[in-house]
Design a protein around this ligand. Structure first.
Ligand code: ATP
Length: 384
């Protein structure tokens, strides 16, 4: 079993709160990605889990045992570092077997266990080599092997793919996800790369400024971001965020308005308030000038078109014609979009795909009215 519970875990460095009261339950067998921008506290959190850094306050439980002050060696957790941290003078075989040898496990048991792990990681033909005779990907597998050989309750990984080139990173991503499925062990994986988190993790914990912003499956955090921060961190390009005003029309329809933007939503009445309207670039489509009057409409001028191979991204300046740009939106779609810089466009989106956030707090707004239209899962209004 490898169930980990973080209870209000906090770490301060002088005036900096690197990790701020993070509470999180990681189930046995989960692949949890700790995701966030540089400096958000990911590494500090992982180092506290590993026992390499004492928390300022809070607790860490492993299968209900309090390990907050247990030394790293006795935690039964294996750490895989970004730098691999291999012993340069030892062969692959001795590097992998190292954690067992220091525990004075009989030689033949170590040899058998190393052979098993090496076969699992396709390192069996490389056992006699030294780390400098290996490629980056192979070194990374040796580092993993050294963690695997101990059969720990959980694996802690700090950006283990960041030293690999793009092609190898993709291949290793697939291998790591397969390894996780095979081992059915708990993985806690630090990354600032949203693609790694989205493709491998069973759940993603997003950190910002040491605080936990949202925890959910990749689908949940992408489709229902809890805040403007999460919305703008995930997606390439990220979600378009348009400051606007939410109000009810005389006909009893909720509507968001911003310069160049009219977004009729669904029936309902609310006091007018400032919001941020969120629309993913892939949910915007160009329509003719004569778009239906009740459709979401964004008037814009194309500024640039980027060719991504199978898709294109058009960057557009929004705002009423002749009034100068009020903001920028990106739209992504199959190539060719048939748009060119300077083209005026009207963009639309399905109201069910729209997101609303509170303008002050940046938190997602969720519908709390009685007239919740069932076909509008993104229907919102009221505190989320
Ligand atoms: P990165 O992706 O760049 O590695 P991170 O999310 O892992 O970033 P941390 O390394 O955990 O972030 O750092 C979190 C905050 O704590 C940062 O503001 C950092 O400057 C600060 N910090 C980390 N370690 C120390 C330390 N030993 N002394 C002082 N401040 C520190």
């Amino acid at each position: 079993m490898g169930r980990i519970r973080l209870d209000a875990l906090t770490r301060q460095f002088g005036d900096t709160t690197a990790v701020d009261a993070v509470s999180l339950d990681i189930e046995d067998g989960e692949f949890l990605a700790l995701l966030g921008p540089s400096g958000c506290g990911k590494t500090t959190l992982l180092r506290m889990l590993a026992g390499l850094l004492p928390p300022t306050s809070g607790r860490i439980l492993l299968d209900d045992a309090d390990i907050t002050h247990t030394p790293p060696r006795r935690r039964d957790l294996a750490m895989v570092f970004q730098s691999y941290a291999l012993y340069p003078h030892l062969s692959v075989e001795r590097n992998i077997g190292f954690p067992l040898r220091v525990r004075r496990i009989p030689k033949d048991v170590v040899r058998g266990r190393v052979a098993e792990v090496a076969a699992q990681l396709q390192l069996d033909t490389l056992l006699a080599r030294r780390p400098k005779e290996l490629s980056g990907g192979q070194r990374q597998r040796v580092a993993l092997g050294r963690a695997l050989v101990r059969e720990p309750k959980a694996f802690l990984m700090d950006e283990p793919l960041s030293n690999l080139d793009a092609k190898l990173r993709t291949a290793t991503r697939v291998e790591l996800a397969a390894l996780h499925r095979r081992l059915a062990a708990t993985f806690v994986y630090v990354t600032h790369d949203q693609v790694e988190a989205m493709t491998m993790a069973t759940r993603i914990a997003l950190l910002d400024g040491g605080r936990l912003e949202q925890v959910g499956t990749p689908t949940e955090v992408y489709d229902e971001p809890a805040s403007v921060f999460v919305a703008s961190f995930l997606g390439a390009p990220p979600m378009n965020l348009i400051p606007g005003r939410l109000a009810s029309t005389e006909q009893g329809l909720l509507r968001v308005e911003a310069p160049g933007v009219v977004a009729p939503l669904w029936p309902g009445r609310v006091p007018a308030r400032e919001v941020i309207l969120g629309i993913r670039p892939e949910h915007l489509t160009p329509v003719g000038e004569d778009a239906a009057r009740d459709a979401v409409r964004i008037r814009a001028v194309v500024e640039a078109v980027e060719n991504l191979g199978s898709e294109e991204v058009a960057l557009c300046a929004t705002g009423p014609a002749g009034a100068g740009p009020a903001g920028q939106v990106a739209l992504r779609g199959p190539r060719p979009l048939r748009l060119a810089p300077g083209d005026p466009v009207t963009l639309t989106a399905d109201p069910a795909r729209l997101h609303l956030f509170d303008a002050d707090s940046g938190r997602r707004l969720v519908w709390q009215g009685s007239a919740t239209p069932a076909d509008h899962p993104a229907a919102v209004v009221g505190r989320g």
